[in-house]
Ligand binder design. Structure first.
Ligand code: GRF
Length: 221
């Protein structure tokens, strides 16, 4: 399964995917291309260091024309015959042109336990809210901001002295585990969606629950 990764920033989730792929943990997914919307994205350098084709399609050239921008993204992807798309720190909201090209074939990582804390720059909001449990979510992408059926979630504690940066760092550790896991399941055809809920094939509900929730550090009860 040929995979494109869309990134806007530093690319640590991309690196986690590359490492998982190198360790044969993503099969049958094959990482083929990285697309970024900005030439400043650190993800480009990571892709190139790992010998992965990377292309910059600057959003700025398209102003308010989201459809035109997404048609351009599809043109760039076309020769690579991409089957799955991973949004790994991609900061744009995708519209129908792109979404309809990959129905139930696009996943996103978000640094919160959705449906709480949608949108960007969530860590200060999480800290300010006083929640004791934060985390990350991988979900299928639908129209809307950070919405779509949830594939896997990872939880971390919020410590008393956490600021946004400390919490973001702890959440990132679970992001780097759950995103490769979700992609491996998707690529191997193990995910189905029923009534907006994701089912992991070939597991009973207790096994699914164990696989689709990650708690870090493990609870010692
Ligand atoms: C991650 O926290 C991701 O959840 C969010 O943006 C950040 C991207 O980090 N959507 P990186 O570029 O993968 O390091």
């Amino acid at each position: 399964m040929r995979v494109a990764i869309l990134c806007s920033g530093r690319g640590s989730n991309l690196l986690a995917l590359l490492r998982a792929s190198e360790a044969n943990l993503l099969e049958p997914a094959e990482l083929r291309i990285v697309l970024t919307d900005s030439a400043a994205a650190g993800a480009i350098n990571i892709a190139r260091e790992w010998g992965l084709y990377a292309a910059v399609v600057p959003r700025s050239a398209y102003h308010a024309n989201r459809d035109g921008y997404e048609r351009r993204l599809l043109e760039v992807l076309a020769p690579h015959e991409i089957e799955l798309v991973v949004l790994a720190g991609y900061k744009r909201i995708l519209g129908p042109v792109f979404l309809e090209a990959f129905p139930n074939r696009i996943i996103n990582i978000h640094p919160a336990l959705l449906p709480s804390f949608r949108g960007q720059d969530v860590w200060p909001q999480e800290v300010a809210s006083g929640i004791k449990l934060a985390g990350a979510t991988v979900h299928f992408v639908e129209q809307g901001v950070d919405s779509g059926p949830i594939i896997i979630q990872g939880a971390v504690p919020v410590l008393d002295d956490d600021g946004p940066d400390e919490l973001a760092e702890r959440i990132l550790r679970v992001e780097h585990q759950i995103l490769p896991q979700a992609l491996a399941w998707l690529a191997s055809g193990r995910l189905s969606i029923e009534n907006g809920r994701v089912r992991l094939e070939k597991t009973d509900s207790l096994e699914s629950a164990a696989a689709q929730t990650l708690i870090w550090p493990p609870l010692n009860i």
